[in-house]
Design a protein. Structure first.
Length: 361
């Protein structure tokens, strides 16, 4: 079957189709990971997006039931240069094509993903329609123009109920805006007693369990689209040691009175360089976000910048001057990507303990 990608600026890329037979509309973004396509697809932060992979061969080691970052794929489509139909790996359970069919995701291949990436870099992330059905260009344009993209998919990816994961260590209240499974695993490995709350949990809901700390997870979309959550975090951070990742980082910035803005094409991949100012050390990190914290907006709001992006100098981390509160824009849990910055989970435990100055870590 044929496949097509039709961008809102009129650019067209034609190839072949795989995965679910269908048509979807979403925001076109690119990811620079060389491996980890299964984790990328199942990351809830990609809700509403069509992912273009820059690495040319995808699917060569198949997929399995152990490496999903969530129970389903929230992305609207998948674009690759070449897809492997003969995966080879001892953990392989299903081909990428089979996974996309099972997860109801439209895919296309045999397109120039390098040209697509350059287009996004030049013009910015944009709305598009992906299809492997027999539709005319006029029909595809009509489908795209009649579909409104949401600014926030947090309500879709966040759980509806409170969930408890028993542990013998610190009691952590995790606000789930679309948390990756490996974030939860990192807390479990450190014996944390975890209670997972929906994005719209109230101050009283969370304080009722008397937590030792608050964790703000990653998630999709614009942090300004969930103002009620920002208001809740504003009060919680005054009472609890707090650690935010990705969307959680942006929510913290808004909670202290700062601002965020949409990047031209975002940071997505497992090979993004950041500089840890306090450690005077550079790291390669995993990232997935389309928004960033406005540095000037937090200058007089009690926040100190702790990490910077080595490509565009954007804020990659910050901490409060007097409160036990800190956050990072990147993903210290990796999955996919390096786990060199997993020490940040240990830092969270340290500030919950309160016996050691967090600057000593």
């Amino acid at each position: 079957m044929k496949g097509i990608l039709y961008l809102e600026d009129g650019t067209i890329y034609k190839g072949d189709g795989f995965g679910k037979i269908g048509t979807s509309v979403g925001e076109l973004v690119f990811n620079t990971c060389m491996t980890g396509y299964q984790e990328v697809l199942t990351d809830p932060s990609y809700a509403g997006q069509i992912i273009n992979m820059t690495y040319p061969l995808i699917g060569n080691y198949g997929t399995n039931s152990f490496e999903n970052e969530s129970e389903k794929v929230y992305a609207k489509g998948f674009v690759v240069k070449s897809v492997s139909n003969n995966p080879s790996n001892y953990m392989n359970e299903a081909s990428l094509d089979e996974m996309l069919k099972n997860m109801n995701v439209v895919g296309i291949y045999n397109v120039d993903t390098r040209a697509i990436t350059k287009r996004i870099r030049n013009v910015g992330s944009m709305k598009c329609v992906i299809s492997n059905e027999e539709f005319s260009l006029e029909k595809l344009k009509e489908i795209m123009n009649s579909t409104e993209l949401s600014k926030s998919y947090v309500e879709e990816v966040s759980p509806n109920e409170i969930k408890h994961i028993p542990g013998t260590g610190f009691k952590v209240a995790l606000m789930d805006f679309g948390a990756k499974q490996n974030i939860i695993e990192n807390l479990k490995q450190r014996n944390c007693d975890i209670t997972i709350f929906p994005y719209n949990a109230t101050y009283n809901d969370i304080m009722e369990i008397k937590p030792d700390g608050l964790f703000l997870s990653n998630g999709p979309g614009d942090p300004k689209a969930i103002p009620e959550t920002v208001e809740t975090v504003k009060h919680l951070m005054k009472s609890l040691p707090t650690f935010g990742i990705c969307l959680g980082h942006q929510i913290l910035a808004l909670a202290v009175g700062g601002d965020t803005y949409k990047l031209k094409f975002g940071h997505r991949g497992g090979n993004h360089g950041i500089y840890d100012i306090e450690r005077d050390k550079a790291y390669i990190t995993s990232q997935n976000h389309g928004y960033a914290v406005d540095e000037k907006s937090i200058e007089n709001k009690g926040m100190i910048v702790t990490h910077r992006n080595l490509n565009d100098n954007t804020v990659e981390g910050m901490k409060h001057k007097s409160l036990p509160v800190f956050s990072v824009q990147f993903h210290p849990e990796g999955a996919p990507g390096p786990i060199d910055t997993a020490y940040l989970f240990d830092k969270f435990l340290t500030i919950m303990d309160g016996s050691i100055n967090d600057e000593a870590i």
